[in-house]
Design a protein around this ligand. Structure first.
Ligand SMILES: Nc1ncnc2c1ncn2[C@@H]1O[C@H](COP(=O)(O)OP(=O)(O)O)[C@@H](O)[C@H]1O
Ligand SMILES: [Mg+2]
Length: 363
């Protein structure tokens, strides 16, 4: 299935789901985002590789599209490859293409994403998931611009601007021997770090209004202005799925025609108790509980990411029972991979893993 070039990977930069918003809205007012804005301005149209880091849903792809738009190759294609979405065995051919007869079923030659992105930008998403063998080939591409199709004899030259994104800590990956050091320095020429939404709460009201008006237009719905109580609940919620989760919440607001059903969801995980009241008092107990929970959540997410959301394997790695992990996932609102588009549905990778896992459990 992954062998056929999908139309989705060749969407124009202005594809419907990825309207690049006005820069004032995109960057907002937080110091961290202002720093990102300045870096992007300095970069200008320079065709330098950029590594965009940040949790899932913080806008890494959006920034990649913005970089493409401000580059000299803006008129060319923006081609994206989401590394973990493609089985490791198919990734090389997907990236570099293959010649006829390269493997069983390769009835014709096919260009890979590198070639498809000629004269444009290639965006490699979740680069931390690339296995070591392919890392070497990618390094060669970055060093001298050369690559070979799978089963090919001829060296081809790429004419593509490369951008990378990851939600992993690549330095930790390097220390663990899962990422080549030389590759890391090649892709991290310029780094852009996107903050989680909970660290830029001041931008939430404006983003929320933007999404309501965007999706109101898309769904042809006239929507009531956001009630003040709802906006304040939005600002207190921790947003584990970041801007993507906020956008999904606003789509639901548009579709449901109001906040009545959404408010209780937000309140259930509100961080109100963590904020000092008028007299500057804050509950130490609540703070500690929150800190432990956040730490635990981070560790669980790391284990899940390392095992591609295969919950049984993640539980094993964490030395807890499968049942205990399921409980913790529920407790942390993590029944689906953060970043999954529909709030209740697991991400595609998670669904595949869950299916494999269910089989494993029943066998
Ligand atoms: N700063 C932002 N301003 C407006 N929309 C944003 C912003 N960051 C993210 N989004 C929107 O949130 C969704 C997720 O962003 P995306 O770039 O896919 O995140 P990531 O690649 O980090 O997972 C997209 O629909 C994107 O347009
Ligand atoms: Mg992404």
């Amino acid at each position: 299935m992954a062998m056929t070039p999908t139309a989705a990977c060749l969407l124009p930069a202005e594809a419907d789901d990825f309207a690049v918003p006005d820069p004032d809205l995109l960057f907002g007012r937080s110091v961290a985002m202002q720093r990102v804005r300045v870096t992007l301005e300095h970069l200008g149209a320079a065709p330098i590789p950029v590594l965009i880091t940040g949790e899932s849903g913080t806008g890494k792809e959006l920034v990649a599209r913005l970089l493409h738009r401000q580059s000299r190759v803006a008129a060319g294609p923006f081609v994206k490859l989401n590394c973990p979405a493609i089985p490791a065995t198919l990734l090389e051919s997907e990236l570099f293409g293959h010649e006829k007869g390269a493997f069983t079923g390769a009835h014709a030659g096919k260009p890979g994403r590198v070639e498809q992105a000629t004269g444009g930008t290639l965006f490699l998403d979740e680069i931390g998931e690339l296995e070591l063998g392919l890392q070497g080939k990618l390094l060669q591409l970055l060093q001298d611009g050369c690559f070979m199709r799978l089963g090919g004899r001829e060296e081809l030259r790429a004419d593509t601007r490369m951008l990378f994104a990851t939600n992993r800590n690549l330095e930790a990956e390097m220390a663990a021997g899962r990422l080549r050091q030389d590759l890391y320095y090649r892709i991290n020429v310029v780094g852009v770090e996107l903050p989680p939404l909970r660290q830029r709460r001041e931008d939430i009201p404006r983003l929320a209004r933007y999404f309501v008006s965007l999706h109101g237009r898309r769904y042809g719905r006239a929507v009531a202005p956001l009630p003040a109580e709802f906006v304040s609940a939005l600002q207190r919620y921790p947003w584990p799925g970041n801007v993507r989760e906020l956008e999904n919440m606003m789509k639901r607001y548009v579709v449901l025609g109001g906040a009545a059903e959404l408010l209780p969801l937000l309140m259930a995980r509100s961080e109100q108790e963590l904020e000092p009241d008028g007299e500057g008092s804050v509950s130490l107990k609540a703070l500690t509980r929150h800190a432990v929970q956040e730490l635990e959540r981070g560790i669980i997410l790391q284990a899940l990411a390392a095992h591609r959301w295969h919950r049984k394997r993640a539980a094993k790695a964490l030395h807890i029972s499968y049942r205990a992990l399921l409980y913790k996932l529920k407790q942390n609102g993590l029944q689906s991979a953060p970043g999954a588009h529909a709030p209740a549905a697991p991400a595609p990778g998670a669904r595949a893993a869950a299916t494999a896992e269910e089989k494993e459990v029943t066998q």
